[in-house]
Design a protein. Structure first.
Length: 250
């Protein structure tokens, strides 16, 4: 996988994948009851595993302002979300990430540092994933929505790096789910309120793990005070905006 830009072969595969997904969604007239995402059985309820991760949150901007009162409006919203969320999940997986939560209007994913042949750390892969998400939305998903008279979706992404406990909570044979516990996940989630549609934002620890060229050319310090501090020194903990974007492939 190329984490420094969009690979032509990968992009062509993605174009085909999005079109296949669009066709499948178009064939479905109504929602099908009883279909659920398979449970992750890797963790027993009440247990967790602690590791250092890059945690990412994606949030669709102004989602609740879209009309969804009538059955037709709800059916349309279902198709939009199915197209967008499904492809965003696939992009996360393409970049070696794991989606732990689908919030309906967004996602929570985490990226582990590679221990095998891949030389790029989890934060670089998470940022590269975010850039591909933006390219996918702008050049593949949005034209489909515009063609059907639907305003394109906009979204914001925040992330940070640090120790996180991935735990499974809930009740056996009832509702249960994986959660990410720790300041890293809390910070990334709360910072969604500090950024606007179209932004990619990274916490200070994640920023420090990016290639020097990326930090120099394509990041800038956010003017918004996060309200968080480094625990040992109480120095303010900053947020950085990643301003670079992948070049469009012809």
């Amino acid at each position: 996988m190329n984490y420094d830009g969009l690979d032509k072969a990968y992009w062509n595969t993605q174009i085909e994948r999005v079109e296949q997904l669009r066709s499948k969604i178009a064939e479905r007239a109504t929602a099908q009851p009883g279909r659920v995402i398979p449970d992750d059985t890797d963790l027993a309820i009440g247990t967790g595993r602690r590791l250092s991760l890059t945690v990412m949150f994606l949030d669709i901007s102004a989602f609740t302002q879209r009309r969804s009162a009538t059955s037709d409006e709800q059916e349309l919203m279902l198709r939009i979300l199915n197209l967008f969320i499904t492809e965003m999940i696939r992009v996360v997986e393409d970049y070696g990430g794991n989606v732990e939560k689908n919030t309906g209007d967004g996602l929570m994913a985490y990226f582990e540092d590679e221990t095998g042949d891949a030389g790029d750390n989890s934060t670089k892969r998470a940022v590269a994933c975010s850039l591909t998400m933006h390219a996918t939305n702008e050049y593949l998903v949005s034209p489909i929505l515009r063609a059907t008279g639907v305003p394109p979706l906009q979204f914001r992404i925040t992330m940070d790096y640090g120790p996180v406990t991935i735990a499974r909570i809930g009740a056996a044979r009832r509702f249960n789910a994986n959660v990410a516990i720790g300041n890293t996940a809390n910070f990334a989630a709360h910072m969604l309120r500090q950024v606007k549609a179209g932004d990619i934002a990274v916490g200070s620890l994640a920023w420090g793990r990016l290639p020097e060229l990326w930090r120099t050319l394509w990041t800038e310090l956010s003017p918004v005070a996060t309200g968080w501090v480094f625990g040992e020194t109480t120095v303010p903990y900053p947020l950085y905006l990643y301003t670079g974007r992948w070049a469009k492939l012809l």
